[in-house]
Design a protein around this ligand. Structure first.
Ligand code: ZN
Length: 425
């Protein structure tokens, strides 16, 4: 493969090419580079990337539908779009080579998870405009494994297909995987399921949730990352050591910046992930602000992969909760719950304002075997640990197992009711 030096050299030469390309082909980027006073030939070292302007999600939306597509129309073979919960959809375009690169990155992910041509992959993610279904499909086929392209379907159908075809790999979101795992346990079908690996992506999930999915299904799960703007899922995956996510640095240049000052963070320090595409032809992006909060993990991984790592995604900068002057992310709640035995992985955070004071309540499920008489003691434990680690004291309410809602879609966990109260006053 390549060592660190080869990788940096390759990144620099691809960065120079990308900047020259967007300057020549994209009126949008030419204007931005001119405004920032940078000429493509001034990019002489990797650090020079910090001289380039950022690209934001708002700019992507402002240039809807296809103003950021810069490859000639005859070379563009596909588009994908994200659901666009707020405002217009975010669109991404692909040339034949972009699709090939994406398939190879996806195949690398499967390979890192120990999946090979002899495997059958049950894909529960949605096919269509969304990148997940077809993205996984590309990787499965590039790898030479067999795809079972189910997409979202009734639970009975998922289970029947898995049993009948002896599927060995599951590709899904974490909420869908948890639903499936709980259902397999409820029906006592674990012995009839041949799953050994799950590749799980599209939303942040905790170690506790991962352990639960692994234990219920008797499998090893891997965390896959990606987003529509950057191909789709498959731009990185954690290896068997599960100490952070290896990302494909030959195609993508990652930086971590402070989300407020936008200055680069030191390796190891948490901040916003900013990505520059190094290979993309149809719609390259320069210093795209992903809004994801993570950190670069310095040093090599025990697996000896030449690919660098970031930490698992802690949250999105938009999800940051400001509570009594402290900035928090839902991922920190996961961290606390991971350390307390007896509580499950399902939780909600409710923030209200009562008599001018902000009150935070964490509602968390107990594990199935825990006696309700222990709930109070368990709650006190969570509260104490939260206070020690994060510096604020929440109310903690322990509820019964299965009491909190589950969904195949992303689960809403944070209910900040402070603004709603202001609005109704
Ligand atoms: Zn590794």
């Amino acid at each position: 493969m390549f060592d660190g030096n080869d990788l940096s050299n390759m990144q620099l030469s691809k960065l120079q090419k990308t900047v020259a390309y967007v300057y020549a082909m994209s009126p949008f980027y030419r204007k931005k580079l001119d405004a920032a006073g940078v000429r493509p030939e001034e990019i002489q070292a990797l650090e020079d990337v910090t001289r380039l302007p950022f690209t934001t999600k708002e700019e992507l939306r402002d240039n809807y539908p296809d103003k950021l597509m810069i490859a000639p129309e005859r070379d563009v073979v596909r588009l994908h779009a994200s659901s666009g919960t707020t405002g217009k959809k975010t669109v991404s375009f692909y040339t034949k080579k972009d699709i090939k690169d994406w398939g190879q990155m996806m195949a690398r992910c499967f390979h890192m998870a120990g999946v090979g041509p002899q495997d059958r992959v049950h894909n529960t993610t949605g096919y269509g405009l969304w990148t997940a279904g077809v993205g996984f499909q590309l990787g499965i086929e590039a790898l030479g494994a067999m795809a079972v392209p189910v997409g979202p379907a009734p639970m009975d159908q998922h289970i029947e297909l898995m049993v009948d075809f002896g599927t060995t790999v599951l590709a899904s979101t974490s909420s869908a995987a948890l639903l499936l795992a709980e259902e397999v346990q409820r029906r006592g079908l674990r012995d009839q399921i041949k799953l050994r690996v799950a590749i799980i992506g599209s939303e942040r999930w905790s170690d506790k949730m991962r352990d639960k999915i692994n234990n219920l299904l008797g499998i090893e799960s891997f965390d896959i990352i990606g987003m529509t703007e950057l191909y789709g899922p498959g731009i990185g995956l954690d290896c068997h050591y599960h100490q952070g996510i290896h990302y494909w640095a030959d195609h993508l240049l990652f930086e971590i910046v402070d989300p407020i000052t936008l200055q680069p963070c030191q390796p190891g320090v948490q901040g916003e992930l900013v990505v520059t595409t190094l290979s993309k032809e149809a719609m390259p992006l320069i210093r795209y602000r992903t809004r994801d909060i993570t950190r670069l993990i310095p040093g090599p991984c025990q697996c000896n992969s030449p690919f660098p790592r970031i930490d698992r995604i802690l949250g999105r900068s938009d999800d940051m909760i400001k509570f009594r002057g402290v900035n928090m992310f839902p991922g920190q709640v996961d961290d606390v719950l991971n350390k307390v035995e007896g509580v499950g992985c399902e939780y909600q955070i409710v923030i209200e304002r009562q008599q001018g004071k902000d009150i935070m309540t964490i509602r968390v499920e107990a594990e199935e075997a825990v006696d309700p008489a222990e709930f109070e003691k368990l709650g006190a434990k969570v509260q104490q640990l939260y206070k020690t680690r994060i510096g604020v004291t929440p109310m903690v309410e322990i509820v019964n197992h299965y009491e909190l809602p589950r969904s195949e879609k992303k689960v809403k966990r944070v209910f900040d009711q402070r603004n709603e109260e202001l609005a109704t006053r």
